[in-house]
Design a protein around this ligand. Structure first.
Ligand code: PMP
Length: 385
């Protein structure tokens, strides 16, 4: 263990199962460790570094804003926040034009649950098996985590989980007290599982027929990741509430939820966040959206993602079961556990995430080059031999 690793180990709770790597610098889709070794980063801060590590335009926007104004509570108006809200309204799916700004994905989900309950006067939330929505108590109730009650119970009630990608199951569980259906377009943590277009369109129709709100969690899929600004766009979905975080501000902590016209009743003063909408995060997010548009990163994610997926599919290995994903959110389900392989990839200069215990997950910065993709795929092929 290096001195840095000893310090972190001594003074942190130890709740993370860490890998033996100390990262000190990043650029684009690459990271450097304390000995100067370079890695191709297919973790990307877990889907955060979409515009690339240390993106110069984002760094400049952050530096300028830091010298101008870092904090401004939402009780007051702010120029940078106003600018971001307008940009968000432009890039999010039709109908979504009002936003609540917070600081993480789980916080966006907490807000989404509260807004859905407040607006409908109902309490039930129907989420999905293998769905992931965060680790704070309300989000944890929505997350498919059957054992959480053991350590952290009792969790907030009113949550049910139905089979993902099965409309019949959902139709059965919706009742008079259902406020909202909550799902991801591609389950990320749950194993990189894209839903079918028929299912997603069916869910939207069902929600409208049964007067239930549709909450789409785009925390992992949003901001270009799947090859569109939001994954909703692939299927023409217009959710009533959409949650965002991760890539939104290039790594500066930020979450957001968007609401559409079916969310009407909002009682003033019932929700807030001290840091939410702070000018520093807003400046970073404005720069991220500009970079994504200027460099056409969603389109790039679609193209490079398709190339990456095709190459993964071409790997001939008895250990691989299936390649899944959309854009640059890709997974390879193995017949064995991924744990020991992650270290092997690291030693070969490639950082790969996991989803569950059997899925290799790739969510690199959207600026990754096809040369780097080739290197990653060569290493995957080699390690899976
Ligand atoms: N929703 C989804 C779909 C996620 O993937 C995540 C994080 N992996 C969250 C919510 C929670 O986000 P955070 O870790 O920022 O709380």
């Amino acid at each position: 263990m290096s001195a840095i690793q000893e310090l972190e180990t001594q003074y942190s709770t130890g709740i993370y199962a860490k890998r033996d790597l100390t990262v000190v610098r990043g650029e684009g889709a690459r990271l450097w460790d304390e000995d100067g070794k370079v890695y191709i980063d297919c973790i990307g801060g877990m889907g955060v570094a979409s515009v690339g590590h240390a993106n110069p335009k984002v760094a400049k926007a952050i530096a300028e804003q830091a010298q101008t104004l870092i904090t401004c509570h939402e009780l007051l108006y702010n120029d940078r926040r106003a600018q971001l809200l307008e940009k968000l309204a432009q890039v999010t799916p039709a109908g979504l034009d009002r936003f609540f700004l917070c600081n993480s994905g789980t916080e966006a989900i907490e807000g989404a649950i509260k807004f859905a309950r407040m607006s409908t006067g109902k309490s039930g939330i129907v989420a999905t098996m293998r769905g992931y929505h965060g680790r704070t108590l309300g989000s944890l109730s929505a997350t498919w985590a059957p054992k959480s009650d053991e350590h952290f119970g009792p969790l907030p009630g009113g949550f049910q989980h139905v089979a993902y990608n099965k409309l019949d199951d959902l139709a059965e569980k919706i009742d008079d007290d259902t406020a909202a259906v909550l799902l991801e377009i591609v389950q990320g943590e749950g194993g990189v599982r894209p839903a079918s277009a028929e299912y997603l369109q069916g869910v939207q129709q069902l929600c409208r027929e049964r007067d239930v709100l549709l909450i789409v969690d785009e925390v992992q899929t949003g901001f270009g990741r799947t090859g569109a600004f939001f994954a909703c766009e692939h299927y023409g979905l217009e959710p009533d509430i959409m949650t965002m975080a991760k890539a939104i501000a290039g790594g500066v902590p930020m979450g957001a939820l968007a609401i559409g016209p079916r969310v009407q009743t909002i009682h003033k003063g019932t929700h807030s966040s001290t840091f939410g909408g702070n000018p520093l995060a807003c400046a970073a997010a404005c720069a991220v959206i500009d970079v994504m548009q200027e460099e056409r990163l969603p389109e790039r994610a679609a193209e490079v993602g398709a190339y990456f997926k095709e190459k993964l599919e071409a790997i001939d290995s008895k250990k691989a079961r299936e390649v899944r994903g959309l854009g640059l959110l890709l997974g390879v389900e193995l017949k064995t556990k991924v744990g020991p392989l992650l270290r092997e990839f690291m030693q070969r200069g490639v950082l790969v995430a996991a989803a569950g215990t059997t899925v290799l997950r790739f969510l690199p910065p959207l600026v990754i080059t096809t040369d780097d993709v080739d290197t990653v795929v060569d290493q995957v092929a080699d390690v899976l031999q």
